[in-house]
Design a protein around this ligand. Structure first.
Ligand code: AHG
Ligand code: MN
Ligand code: MN
Length: 337
């Protein structure tokens, strides 16, 4: 890595020349990065700025909102509505689709986001992130309803996340591979530090919330039990386990050193469809993982093929190193059918 590595904006302009992404998408991805820098900055002061803790309110999923969930959501709305290229936004923290106010120009893009992922970790100063997904509409709908904008993940034109860890990073795909950027505080810009990220196809590290073991379906339980039995079991090698409880942190680790992340449908969350949200958690992560050579499935097949029926719908998520995900898929009745 040199200190002359490209800035994120330089990278985007390169992509525009070589990869055909349009000027509007460059503007949008620039706005998103600005939002991520602002969220990163808000997180830094922690308790000093009285921004930790929860509010009295719940979001549309019935989850208690942290102060920073709301701050991060507002940052995304304010930075991105201004871009002039959006038709609408969809956020984990908003019940309704956010139509761009009349004072701003509109464009064909739709931005979906989880402004702060892993927010249970905020108060204990563990890594959190933001996740985003971008679609392009053929034409601007007259009415900005969910029906007008919901698409399957395969139609995403870009996806990414910001990880607010020891360093702040942005990881992005515009449909031709995955690249990573690290925030250079000295110039306030992301710099291109990780070119063409590839998920190692083989790995022996799994991430799952083990406390839910008694709720799991048989296929998941068998897979994890085999991992735990290690060298003496059918996999004939020892596995390691991690669980940060921030999906962004888990996916980033898998991007760089492989492994699998599982938040399956189980008997406790089946009525909700799972835990993680399809549109702004599962789909963008699935696009990134597939673009980096990994695999991303739900209980019935590829995540990116799920046709959404509602904006805040949840799905089972299993993703990571290709060979490991394929091995797991063969244990799931509807995947192996
Ligand atoms: P969010 O903070 O946006 O609600 O998402 C948290 C998600 C995800 O990041 C993480 O993998 C998972 O919830 C953690 O769930 P548990 O608390 O069940 O471990
Ligand atoms: Mn989340
Ligand atoms: Mn969130």
């Amino acid at each position: 890595m040199t200190n002359t590595s490209k800035t994120y904006v330089q990278y985007l302009w390169d992509r525009r020349r070589s990869n055909g992404i349009d000027r509007d998408l460059v503007a949008l991805l620039h706005s998103v990065a600005t939002a991520c820098k602002a969220v990163s900055n808000s997180l830094k002061s922690g308790a000093l700025a009285d921004i930790l803790g929860s509010l009295e309110t719940e979001n549309v999923q019935g989850e208690t909102q942290k102060k920073l969930d709301v701050i991060a959501n507002d940052i995304f709305l304010r930075r991105c509505e201004y871009s002039g290229v959006l038709a609408a936004m969809v956020s984990e923290e908003l019940e309704e689709v956010y139509a761009i106010p009349d004072e701003f120009p509109r464009g064909p893009y739709v931005l979906l986001f989880d402004p702060l992922d892993g927010s249970s970790n905020i108060d204990v100063n563990v890594s959190v992130g933001s996740i985003f997904s971008v679609y392009k509409l053929d034409e601007l709908p007259t009415e900005m309803t969910y029906d007008a904008i919901l698409r399957s993940g395969a139609e995403q034109v870009a996806a990414g996340y910001a990880l607010y860890g020891p360093a702040t990073m942005l990881v992005l795909s515009t449909g031709k591979g995955v690249d990573g950027f690290t925030l250079d505080a000295s110039i306030g810009e992301f710099r291109h530090t990780h070119a063409n990220i590839q998920v190692p196809p083989e790995a022996a590290e799994f991430a799952i919330n083990m406390s839910r073991r008694r709720f799991w379906d048989d296929g998941i339980a068998t897979y994890i039990d085999e991992c735990i039995s290690g060298e003496t079991g059918p996999r004939k090698r020892d596995y390691n386990m991690r669980w940060v409880a921030s999906m962004v942190a888990e996916v980033h680790r898998i991007m760089l050193r492989g492994g699998v992340f599982l938040y399956p449908v189980d008997s406790r969350n089946r009525a909700d469809g799972g835990k993680l949200r399809l549109l702004y958690e599962a789909n963008p992560m699935a696009m990134l993982i597939e673009q980096a050579g990994g695999a991303a499935i739900t209980e019935t097949g590829r995540i990116l093929d799920v046709v959404p029926v509602s904006p805040h719908q949840r799905v089972g998520v299993m993703l990571g190193s290709k060979n490991e995900v394929e091995y797991l898929a063969a244990k799931l009745p509807e995947n192996s059918a």
